[in-house]
Write a protein that binds this ligand. Sequence first.
Ligand SMILES: [Mg+2]
Length: 120
Amino acid sequence: MAKRILVVDDDDMNLMRTEMILEEDYEVLLADSGVRALHILRNQKIDLVLLDIDMPVMNGIETFQHMKEFAGSIPVIFLTASGEVGDVVEALLLGAVNYLRKPCPPQELRKRVAQELEKR
Ligand SMILES: [Mg+2]
């Protein structure tokens, strides 16, 4: 069965782009906010989360903190635009396994997702 990837980003273009890159190999679910992401995580089996840091209302770091309360074993790869170095450091200190800079070349994204899933 295909692994399930949850992509969380407040930018619809980023969601669609990431889905196009991954949908050949994975079942891709999309969430346009942290709140939606948490709802999906509570109700579905997810194998990996791609999580945008810069989002309104509940940013990626806050979403990750909530996620750890009930879904702490699911690997997370943070997605960050350049200039968010402080956010990345905070994410790594919280136990994030990985991060990617946006926009990420398709090959790199596929590779990093596959690597992360192989560790499990
Ligand atoms: Mg964003």
